[in-house]
Ligand binder design. Structure first.
Ligand code: FE2
Ligand code: FE2
Length: 482
């Protein structure tokens, strides 16, 4: 295989990585054509077979160009190209099997939109549209779809793509899958009615369409899990599962570190709104923020938000040891997340949420003691945020903790505080790898200020409350900044 790749690379005028990538892409397209060609050319004269294979080749080239425009990153494009190719090949073979085994049976009993649904959930709506066009085209060429059924099949695909794109919550998944089932039933009935069938046949076709819809939904969710595991792609459905409070790590956080759980939910709300404002992925930002401090489960009491009453285990620990304990939550969080098979995008957010910033409280405490202090010993040993979502979580986390520690938060002071957080991360080069523009950062400051002002606005203090507040005086500023 490699030698063939090398030979093909030699035919291409460029050398090195690009040439090798070109050759691999060419081989992948040729393999797809070879897989779908028998299903399309079966039982045809040589001239017809040549025509359908030529049409399939054009379709593959057009689809490739289409994907290239929507997925500019080469690595993602190769992976998504493979996902789309497998779905198209599976879909073409499904209709082929139907044409061979049950030529007279309604095509709507087949899970027709399943490939378009899975492509939408894994790669996005443009890929879903391409898969839909390719699979309906194949159905027409194989004689499985004809007349009104072509329109009906396209309609079910469009409904499936629209229902599965940008799933925000579980309710949308339920309505989306119900829509697919309903549209398939109606499309099957309408297709039969327009073909001049009797009423009882129309009704039975509707039933078959509904059955096809249920099979579609079940097959799509099953295939989604298989593709996620095989290719390491994270779908919105998986992220929605993780955002559920009953997800194992969320549940543990709620029971064992309630303060951190509340902080994570607040950070998640901030991150989601900021991602929406700058056109990043709001669901990934929310889920990443929910799990960013999961490493605190190892020693919850060492983090101020979990210290009920006035107990503080850092009181008897040296600043350098305290800093070690605090910074460990990043590494421990990433390990815990990997153990629970969280998606790599979420693990990256955990690993990157403090970057390489300084644990300021303990660094200053150590410096104040008069002993020689090395700043590097008080820095997190994580990675810098490499995505917009990771940067958003880093800023939401720091802004939430900083504003929470303010004694008299007013909207202008909150804005000043949030701005200072963003500027300090920028000056400390923590955002060097994240693809954020200054306009994005300005929007993030606006969103965080508005939301945190709503959350931490000054409250009317009753005399009894003022007395109670004294218990927490002096503990608020402790090492929670995480
Ligand atoms: Fe945090
Ligand atoms: Fe943290």
């Amino acid at each position: 295989m490699d030698s063939l790749v090398e030979k093909l690379s030699g035919l291409w005028p460029r050398s090195g990585l690009l040439a090798s990538q070109f050759a691999r892409a060419l081989l992948a397209r040729a393999a797809l054509l070879a897989v779908v060609a028998p299903a399309l050319a079966w039982g045809r004269s040589p001239m017809e077979a040549f025509a359908v294979v030529a049409l399939a080749a054009v379709c593959i080239v057009v689809g490739d160009r289409y994907l290239a425009r929507t997925r500019p990153r080469m690595r993602e494009r190769a992976r998504d190209g493979l996902v789309v190719s497998l779905l198209v090949a599976g879909s073409v073979h499904l209709t082929w099997l139907h044409s061979l085994v049950a030529p007279g049976v309604s095509p709507f009993v087949l899970p027709l939109p399943v490939a378009a649904m899975v492509a939408t959930m894994l790669v996005g709506p443009p890929a879903g549209m391409f898969v839909a066009a390719a699979s309906v085209g194949a159905g027409v060429l194989q004689g499985v779809l004809a007349g009104p059924a072509v329109f009906a099949a396209l309609l079910t695909d469009v409904a499936a793509i629209a229902s599965m794109s940008s799933l925000k919550d579980r309710a949308r998944l339920v309505t989306g899958t119900s829509t697919v089932i309903a549209v398939m039933a109606v499309a099957a009935a309408a297709s039969a009615a327009l073909s001049g069938e009797q009423v009882n046949r129309v009704v039975s076709e509707m039933g078959l369409g509904a059955v096809g819809g249920v099979v579609t939904v079940v097959a799509a969710l099953g295939l989604l899990a298989v593709f996620e595991a095989l290719f390491g792609v994270t779908s919105d459905v998986r992220l929605l599962e993780l955002a559920n409070p009953s997800a194992p790590l969320m549940r543990r956080l709620m029971l064992e570190a309630p303060g951190t759980y509340t902080h994570a939910i607040l950070t998640g709300n901030l991150a989601e709104a900021a991602a929406q404002a700058i056109g990043a992925d709001p669901l990934l930002a929310r889920v990443g923020a929910y799990y960013h401090d999961v490493g605190k489960l190892v020693r919850p009491a060492f983090f101020v938000e979990n210290q009920t009453g006035c107990a503080n285990p850092h009181a008897n620990t040296s600043p350098s040891l305290s800093a070690l304990i605090i910074t460990a939550h990043v590494r421990e969080g990433a390990a815990l997340a990997e153990q629970h098979h969280l998606p790599p995008e979420v693990v990256d957010i955990i690993r990157q949420h403090h970057g390489t910033s300084v644990v300021a409280y303990f660094y200053q405490k150590a410096a104040a003691s008069g002993d020689p202090v090395v700043e590097a010993d008080f820095r997190y040993s994580g990675e810098l945020p490499s995505s917009r979502e990771a940067a958003i979580v880093m800023l939401a986390d720091a802004a939430e903790a900083a504003v929470r520690a303010m004694t008299k938060p007013t909207p202008p002071r909150i804005e000043e505080c949030v701005r200072r957080v963003v500027e300090s991360k920028l000056a400390d080069h923590q955002l060097d790898r994240a693809d954020l523009t200054f306009a994005d950062m300005e929007r993030i400051v606006e969103v965080y200020t508005r939301m945190l002002s709503g959350l931490y606005h000054p409250r009317i203090e009753y005399p009894s409350m003022m007395h109670e507040r004294g218990c927490h005086a002096g503990t608020r500023d402790e090492p929670s900044r995480s």
